[in-house]
Design a protein around this ligand. Structure first.
Ligand SMILES: C[S@@+](CC[C@H](N)C(=O)[O-])C[C@H]1O[C@@H](n2cnc3c(N)ncnc32)[C@H](O)[C@@H]1O
Length: 219
């Protein structure tokens, strides 16, 4: 679905790194009563649509075994023991994969999949998981405001993202993720909004999930 993107495309995503970590800390605390640093050790982590690998690298540094997959080869880092970035598409990866994971990241990815790819992913997520695993997702909500802010403002007016990065046809409501999860043996833990401040170029957690939001799932 996506054409050739460069680092310019990935830069705005790096502004989400802090809020993602904050969100995951909140959920991990709620579920396990551990802080994220106690919890995230010796875990097997899969990052689907990992982009440059920048986000995933932080979790390798916290002593986890990390695998990132992406259809584009825009990786910023070399592979080393316990850290692999693999250039493959979602379907091929799932068809050939035999590994299981404790945590799966699906950040800013679902809105780039066709409806059939999305179904395929959810049908197979359960098989990728060890027991008591967590899935963290972020994506764009589907409504007139998210279309206006993510496409008209971010792509056309502020030029934060290249044109045609998004097609609002593929945006999803939190309830659609919940249905996909429930139909595929996964359970919703949480939905939280995040808002963007273009002046500070930063995201923060928010009760407002009209545009960007996180979802956490468990098996
Ligand atoms: C918006 S970027 C998000 C990157 C990263 N998750 C982040 O948030 O920084 C979406 C990524 O998904 C990848 N992608 C899109 N379709 C894919 C597919 N079918 N299989 C694997 N990767 C895909 C793109 O190449 C791109 O790097």
């Amino acid at each position: 679905m996506m054409q050739n993107y460069n680092y310019k495309y990935y830069e705005p995503l790096e502004q989400m790194i802090a809020v993602r970590h904050q969100y995951m800390s909140k959920i991990i605390k709620k579920i396990t009563h551990l802080n994220i640093y106690e919890y995230l050790k010796n875990k097997k982590i899969l990052d689907i649509g990992c982009g440059t690998g920048e986000f995933l690298k932080n979790y390798h540094e916290l002593n986890n075994q990390c695998l990132g997959i992406d259809i584009q080869q825009n990786f910023k880092f070399k592979n080393k023991i316990g850290f692999t970035l693999k250039n493959t598409d979602l379907k091929n990866f799932i068809k050939n994969n035999k590994k299981k994971f404790d945590i799966i990241f699906i950040f800013e990815f679902l809105e780039h999949l066709s409806f059939s790819e999305r179904e395929f992913l959810f049908k197979n997520l359960f098989k990728l998981l060890n027991r008591n695993s967590l899935i963290f997702i972020s994506t764009l909500n589907k409504n007139i405001i998210s279309k206006f802010l993510a496409i008209d403002v971010a792509e056309k007016y502020l030029k934060l993202l290249p044109k045609n990065t998004h097609d609002d046809k593929y945006f999803l409501k939190p309830s659609e993720i919940q249905n996909l999860a429930n139909n595929n043996k996964l359970h919703l833990i949480d939905v939280s909004g995040m808002t963007y401040n273009p002046l500070f170029k930063s995201f923060k957690l928010s009760k407002i999930d009209l545009v960007n939001y996180f979802v956490s799932l468990r098996n």
